[in-house]
Design a protein around this ligand. Sequence first.
Ligand code: MG
Length: 343
Amino acid sequence: MRITQIKAFQPPTPGSPPDWRTQLGQMVVEITTSDGLTGIGVGGGGLAGIHVIETVLRDLLIGEDASQVESLHEAMCRHTAFYGRSGLVVMAISGVDLALWDLRGKAADTTVAQILNPAVDLAASLPTYRTVFDDAETEEALASGFRAVKLHVERFGDDPDVTGIERLVARVRDKLGSSGSLMIDAFAKWNVESTLAVARAIAPYQVDWLEEPLLPDDLSGYQRLMQESPVPIAGGEHEYLANGFRRLMDDRLHAVVQPDINWCGGMTTLVEIYRMAKELGVRVVPHRGAEGYAVHAIAALDQQPLAESPRTWFQCLSGFPALHSGTVRVPTGAGFGLAFADA
Ligand SMILES: [Mg+2]
């Protein structure tokens, strides 16, 4: 199964962010093999990521055996190490890796979830949580069956309005009841002191985690938060490759890690993260896990599965898991079970 062609492109999707600078700007990678199979991956980096694929990764991979996914991943990382190792180069590698995993599933005529764990229960309903930005979205999430919500609190400022956040958390906890899960996401806008002030204020409301309060490289800040915060600290959606996650876990910088499979290095990296996390007792909750890729790992490898709600604008592929009363199931088609929406 030799690689004969690699295409990378930004699909025109109504409502999508215009390019990679908005961080969620995506690209699709399509890999064709000598036996006529096509693997579809989604990576990041937008036009810059596409440039990395077209000028570096494509030359490296054309003619190689597509089934050697892990060694091709290693080759891509090694080849780009002097200017890669994180950020948009790894986002581009992620898309290629996912297209290779899709091929691996299609070649075996089985799902990626079953390759990861032959005993996986594909009929299981996986719980999800919905990320909400305001009260109206929270009401809508609860009305549509979600029993878990994550409140994005960026609107409370970089020097956060602690009382405002506490009131919001109290209001949502009241609506959820004691059994629902509640998390908050600060989007790397705070410092250690303001984070601790928020954490102390919201601690009585049974908050599962406080996500990404500091910039990803503020390691000493995260170390202090892990020692002093009464609410578990989560993060990692902007971390890359196994080495980055090994540092977060070895140094106990996060209680919950949230790799994004389309950015962090693809399925090859996510599998390694799950292996390390199990060994070290760290929880893994992949970023936007209810989209079509990470959901296979969540079903197959997670002891405490929870998938984040998908981005609704990403519509160039069909076959994403459908949400039913706040749960999803793994798509049952070969590979990741995805296809081009207009195919
Ligand atoms: Mg987040």
